[in-house]
Design a protein around this ligand. Structure first.
Ligand code: NAD
Ligand code: UFG
Length: 341
């Protein structure tokens, strides 16, 4: 049975991926510094899968701490989720973002090399396409970044490609996620942002549950069908399954670059309507100015993922909203209430 290290495995995408990995027959170990997660999420994962998951509260920038984990476990590969992801915060705190995202990946790669563990799955983002000239976005489109978060993802992609050029024993997947939403069917785990959410779906769901008054729709004058921004929302469980497929595809040295999206674009107002339907709640909104740095339309060309990974997203928009709502309505305060010992 293969053993995989999941960094950032206590977070939103990490917890969902832990479940899919275990269900696919992998052994996993989680490393997380818990700066944006709580142990309660992992406890709930254990409850869902009925398997104990070794956990180390270690920062990926801590080479000594990481080395100790690698001394205990013999890993076949690493899925690297650990990092910071708030675009606005990255503009205010670039040093923190480059240190954590880029610096953390350097240290992790060093330790992996030292232990001859050379299978690496990296959480990249559709943000590396900048403002694409056309949609759907293919993996070979030009890359650019407009903020430190995006630049940190681009730098890591380039760093990992350099690592492969120097030593072609590495086996690397750069997975470019579009917009993950939704939650596990159990309603036990889901996205749990700190403070006021930056992202659309956590914001809408907090309006629906009564924690926030109304949604500010950033821009009603984009060149889209209804004037609001269009994105490719993907169910987090489909995204998690994509990681399992990527690991399975890393059967020989390569750098594999894959979009993980659905190929469908929905506008902000489509999302408001879909969420109202799934939750049975009204989502009050107001159209305000555009948010700096936002683009009009972003959705994936998913044909390469289909051919190369044998993977495609299966969950439709209604299911994404229903699952988000189940999580949000059953856990209005996120993981604050401990439910399991
Ligand atoms: P998340 O914040 O829920 O998960 C990240 C986890 O990493 C958290 O549990 C956090 O505590 C941990 N972490 C942060 N810094 C760490 C460090 N220095 N050492 C150890 N652990 C650390 O975020 P997520 O949505 O699950 O995202 C996971 C990854 O996917 C991130 O790299 C993110 O940039 C990337 N990504 C996310 C999205 C999205 O919209 N959610 C889109 C594209 C890419
Ligand atoms: N939006 C609003 N109001 C809000 C929040 C968002 O109208 O309160 C709009 C945005 O303008 C955009 C859409 O909803 O049109 C989606 O916005 P999100 O903030 O949810 O997502 P983004 O597409 O801006 O960015 C997200 C992540 C990035 C990642 C990118 C691609 O935040 O880190 O998806 O994966 F890079």
């Amino acid at each position: 049975m293969k053993k995989i290290l999941v960094t950032g495995g206590a977070g939103y995408i990490g917890t969902h991926t832990c479940i899919e990995l275990i269900e696919a027959g992998y052994k996993i170990v989680v490393v997380d510094n818990l700066c944006n997660a709580s142990l309660e999420g992992l406890k709930r994962v254990r409850r869902i899968v009925g398997v104990d998951i070794p956990f180390y509260q270690v920062d990926v920038r801590d080479k000594v701490g990481l080395t100790k984990v690698f001394e205990v476990h013999n890993f076949d590969g690493v899925i690297h989720f650990a990092g910071l992801k708030a675009v606005g915060e990255s503009v205010e705190m670039p040093i923190k973002y480059y240190d954590t995202n880029v610096g953390g990946t350097f240290i992790l790669a060093e330790v992996m090399r030292d232990f001859d563990c050379k299978t690496f799955v990296f959480s990249s983002s559709a943000t590396v396409y900048g403002n694409p000239k056309m949609v759907p976005i293919r993996e070979d489109f030009p890359l650019s970044a407009t903020n430190p978060y995006g630049r940190s993802k681009l730098m890591i992609e380039e760093f990992l490609q350099d690592v492969f050029v120097a030593d072609d024993a590495w086996n690397i997947a750069l997975l470019r996620y579009f917009n993950p939403i939704g939650a596990h069917k159990s309603g036990l785990i889901g996205e749990n942002p700190n403070g006021v959410p930056n992202n659309l779906i956590p914001y809408i769901s907090q309006v629906a549950v009564g924690k926030l008054d109304k949604l500010n729709v950033f821009g009603g004058d984009y060149d889209t069908a209804d004037g609001t921004g269009v994105r490719d929302y993907i169910h987090v469980v489909d995204l998690a399954k994509g990681h399992v497929k990527a690991l399975q595809a890393l059967d020989e040295p390569q750098v594999l670059i894959v979009n993980l999206g659905t190929g469908n674009g929905y506008s902000v107002l489509d999302m408001v309507k879909a969420f109202e339907k799934s939750s049975g709640k009204m989502v009050a909104y107001k159209i305000v100015d555009r948010r700096a740095g936002d683009i009009a339309t972003c959705y994936a060309d998913v044909s390469f993922a289909k051919t190369k990974l044998g993977w495609q997203a299966e969950r439709e928009l209604d299911e994404m909203c229903e699952d988000t709502w189940r999580w949000q309505s059953q856990n209005p305060d996120g993981f604050l209430n401990e439910t399991f010992a």
